[in-house]
Design a protein around this ligand. Structure first.
Ligand SMILES: CSC[C@H]1O[C@@H](n2cnc3c(O)ncnc32)[C@H](O)[C@@H]1O
Ligand SMILES: [Zn+2]
Length: 434
């Protein structure tokens, strides 16, 4: 049965450059925005149309987290203040080797709970035991782009089995949960996947007609190793092995030359900028201003909760707006509206979701409402500025995905918070004991 409802007296971040915020109405029918504007269209309030009072609320497109490893919430605080390779090799990978599929379920549920409550309506997840991640996405109502990350530092038969697992997962889950779940293919990184293995993964993505995702150029050491091992920097290397022959999104892309930026732009490769994780692992600061100038779609990701250590996309948006001013000495670097678009519209574009990321008639009804009746949202001047420079996850009052309300007055309607917190703690203790 069709359901129509009308938000009245709301403030909406439509993010048009001339007028980024409007006061007015939004009409939603089932999973789509039917109308948004300053005036009430004739007949919009007809019989059977429910009303929703939007006063005191700022409506934004749902936040889009374009890179992460949700189950790593079980390792939050386990191995802080280390550089990437030490953190991975000495802390994360030994613990992850003990993860059961139940651990992945509980860790992912903890993260999805945090993401939904913080206004994230879509997340990308690269991990193992991906059926469990799919299950959480299905149950919670969140939109998800899921990909079984494969590490190829193993014998050929294990490589084959991992790739087969990634293919089976993608076949089973692409388009699942009424289309809320889509899939990608992911070699973990150029330093963990030999070139011939990446080529096989690219071929599988071709066969399945899916995009690709990988970590790339996260640290200076990684770039130097790539040059030592293959004679070229990672961008040229991935170009050679065919990764950019398909629609692709790379995470981090911190250490790039001008030539590499030009290659990414030419091949329409998206970049998931992960400022919080890059700062914490001391990986460096990505050349976001130059990437944007070159026409690269730059979106935002938290990375896993063990290297961030939260999943607050409003914090990533704020970091993106601040750090590039700091490193460039230019206060106009990454203006507030651009940072907010990186966390919404550009995120959806990076994940190949053309119907998500904007408050616009015809788009999917993925949106959030911030409670702006609080001290840090005054005076009522510039709500884009307040969202980027002043807001945080705790300001998220309501969340809708695909037209369904999943968070109401800060409470998640689809997940059992108490149980999730209990199970996550138990799972971590189990990992320590094994
Ligand atoms: C094969 S599943 C994903 C794999 O990625 C690891 N990981 C988490 N954060 C990062 C990062 O910042 N760079 C590279 N790899 C990362 C995670 O521990 C899993 O093993
Ligand atoms: Zn990552």
């Amino acid at each position: 049965m069709s359901r129509k409802w009308l938000i009245k007296n709301g403030t909406f971040a439509v993010m048009n450059p001339e007028k980024p915020v409007i006061n007015g109405y939004m009409l939603v029918e089932n999973d789509r925005i039917l109308y948004i504007g300053e005036t009430l269209p004739e007949g919009a309030e007809g019989e059977g149309v429910e009303s929703f009072d939007g006063s005191g609320l700022l409506f934004l497109p749902g936040l889009v987290n374009t890179h992460g490893h949700a189950a790593m919430s079980l390792l939050r605080g386990y191995g802080d203040d280390l550089a990437l390779q030490v953190w991975l090799q000495e802390k994360m990978w030994p613990m992850e080797a003990k993860f059961t599929s139940e651990d992945v379920y509980h860790g992912t549920a903890l993260s999805v709970l945090e993401m939904l409550k913080g206004g994230t309506t879509t997340f990308l997840d690269m991990y193992d035991h991906m059926d469990q991640v799919g299950k959480v996405a299905q149950e919670s109502g969140i939109r998800a782009v899921l990909t079984r990350g494969v590490i190829g530092l193993c014998p050929p038969e294990v490589q084959t089995a991992k790739l087969q697992d990634a293919v089976s997962f993608a076949k089973q889950w692409h388009g699942a949960a009424d289309g809320r779940i889509t899939a990608m293919m992911s070699p973990h990184a150029p330093y963990t996947c030999p070139p011939d293995y990446i080529e096989k993964i690219v071929q599988a993505a071709h066969d399945l007609d899916l995009p690709l995702h990988t970590h790339m150029s996260e640290t200076r050491a990684e770039v130097e190793q790539n040059v030592r091992d293959y004679g070229v920097r990672p961008v040229e290397h991935l170009l050679k092995v065919g990764l950019f022959s398909r629609p692709s999104l790379v995470a981090h892309a911190v250490h790039l030359t001008d030539e590499e930026i030009a290659i990414l732009a030419e091949h329409h490769v998206g970049v998931s900028h992960n400022p919080g994780s890059n700062l914490k692992l001391a990986s460096g600061v990505a050349r976001v201003v130059d990437l944007l100038k070159a026409g690269v779609t730059v979106s935002l990701g938290t990375d896993g909760p063990a290297s961030n250590n939260n999943l607050d996309m409003l914090e990533e948006i704020r970091l993106a707006a601040l750090i590039h001013k700091g490193v460039s000495g230019d206060p106009t670097a990454v203006p507030a509206l651009e940072a907010l678009k990186m966390g919404t519209e550009y995120g959806a574009k990076s994940l190949f979701l053309p119907e998500v990321g904007r408050l616009e008639a015809g788009m999917k009804a993925d949106f959030i409402a911030l409670n702006v009746e609080q001290a840090h949202f005054l005076p009522k001047t510039d709500y884009i500025s307040h969202t980027v420079y002043s807001a945080g996850a705790k300001d998220v009052e309501h969340v809708w995905v695909d037209g369904r309300q999943v968070v109401k007055h800060g409470e998640c309607l689809t997940l059992d918070e108490e149980r999730i917190r209990f199970e996550a703690q138990k799972a971590f203790e189990g990992l320590l004991a094994r």
